[in-house]
Design a protein around this ligand. Structure first.
Ligand SMILES: NC(=O)c1ccc[n+]([C@@H]2O[C@H](COP(=O)([O-])OP(=O)(O)OC[C@H]3O[C@@H](n4cnc5c(N)ncnc54)[C@H](OP(=O)(O)O)[C@@H]3O)[C@@H](O)[C@H]2O)c1
Length: 396
């Protein structure tokens, strides 16, 4: 295929709901129609766009595709919509076996994938600690609805996986539940589709961008380098998001260079000579601020109260309460389409919004000591990936 006619391909995990669905909608609109607010600069594109929705079932993908088509019917003219293809792949990120099957399908379908949004995530939510909630709300209302300390999570929750192969006894057959879905499933997937993420010297352009969805709730106190899966953590969700910060921002540091190179090497290149000259993808990180989704399953009346609280936070001046997932998708989509990738990489960006819906992308402070942890983290991630690879694909 002539590389100049090849479509631009974006893969979005968790694309059937919340932020992932909004990223799909916003990416399509901004890919085809230049932004009118003048900031930040985003290029419009006149080629074909393929958006591949990764979901846990075919039904969820079909339902999301139907909704996206309805959304676009009032946003883009028919002629432009004809340059869009909506595709899907079924994948459970908690299951390396499912990830491998999805990766095989993706490699067959796409020669090159330009953007991957690592968006899917779970919060192992158990209940709200109401006395803690009352205390935090009374002393720091905006903080309580930005970084809640009253969300009680399951400690030691694991995925159930049944591995095969010679290394079956070297690591326990489970992964930390939040770690598996939020980080490791994506990490494993990206390596499995690495050949589609490399920019070939025959078709130079911009390297593929991996946009990891982080969180404003990242906190170094929730992360332990000796428990990267967060199995002992009382805040495994925050641990997984802090790990994501270190993984992405550490990928630029010389300390982690050796591991990043090993990770981004194409496993079995079709053409070893061109593969040696090809350009690996880059890691970027964005968070959506705070948006109203069902990531924490609470009853309807609590959802209602939470949304009222979010609006109050915005009224009191919080820039992070984007509330609408489409607004929250601003920073992730900007990282994908911005022509200024050299300026934005190596930093964490967040979607922000002021009263009156003035949208912004703001750089977000990262409190973790990236340099101190990146080599150790990357080394552990690579060791774990290779162990799972040997267990699940012993012939490889
Ligand atoms: N909501 C916020 O305020 C907020 C703030 C900061 C960061 N974020 C981040 O935004 C991202 C999206 O969250 P959201 O708020 O939009 O939540 P959401 O509506 O619950 O969406 C989560 C998505 O992830 C998918 N998913 C969960 N576990 C999966 C697995 N094992 N395999 C494959 N897919 C899986 C879900 O699929 P199913 O429908 O099948 O469950 C769903 O599509 C997450 O990374 C989250 O950390 C959200």
């Amino acid at each position: 295929m002539d590389p100049n006619c090849a479509p631009t391909v974006a893969l979005i995990t968790g694309a059937n709901s919340g932020l992932g669905y909004a990223i799909a909608c916003r990416l399509i609109v901004e890919f085809f129609a230049p932004r009118t607010d003048g900031y930040p600069a985003v290029a419009s594109d006149d080629s074909t766009l393929v958006v591949c929705l990764a979901t846990r079932s075919v039904e969820k993908a079909h339902s999301a595709i139907a909704s996206i088509n309805i959304f676009l019917s009032s946003r883009l003219p028919e002629a432009v919509r004809s340059r869009l293809q909506l595709a899907h792949v079924v994948m459970d990120l908690s299951s390396p076996t499912s990830v491998i099957a999805a990766a095989t399908e993706l490699r067959k379908k796409y020669h090159r994938i330009h953007y991957v949004f690592c968006n899917a995530a779970v919060v192992p939510f158990v209940r709200i600690d109401w006395s803690m909630a009352a205390k935090q709300m009374a002393t720091d209302f905006i903080g309580a609805l930005t970084v809640p300390r009253y969300k009680i999570q399951g400690v030691g929750w694991l995925t159930k996986i049944h591995p095969h192969g010679s290394h079956a006894t070297e690591v326990p057959p489970e992964l930390g539940a939040a770690f598996a879905a939020n980080v490791f499933g994506h990490y494993y997937l990206l390596h499995e589709i690495m050949e589609t993420l490399h920019m070939s010297p025959a078709a130079p352009g911009v390297p593929s961008r991996i946009i990891w969805v982080g969180s404003i709730e990242s906190n170094p106190l929730t992360f332990d380098i000796d428990d990267i899966q967060g199995i002992k953590s009382t805040q495994p969700y925050e641990s997984s998001k802090t790990l994501t910060d270190i993984l992405v921002l550490g990928s630029y540091l010389p300390e982690a260079g050796e591991y990043f190179r090993s990770y981004t090497t194409i496993p079995s290149p079709r053409n070893p000579i061109t593969s040696a000259e090809s350009h690996p993808p880059i890691f970027l990180i964005a968070h959506p601020g705070i948006v109203s989704t069902t990531i924490v399953a609470i009853p309807w009346w609590q959802t209602y109260a939470k949304n009222v609280g979010f609006w109050l936070c915005r009224a009191f001046g919080s820039p992070w309460h984007c509330i609408d997932p489409f607004v929250g998708a601003n920073a992730p989509v900007w990282l994908a389409l911005s022509p200024h990738v050299d300026l934005i990489k190596g930093r964490k960006w967040g979607s922000a919004c002021l009263w009156g819906n003035r949208e912004m992308v703001l750089e977000t402070q990262v409190d973790s000591d990236i340099a101190a942890h990146s080599a150790q983290l990357w080394s552990q991630m690579e060791t774990l990936r290779k162990l799972w690879k040997a267990r699940l694909e012993p012939q490889g």
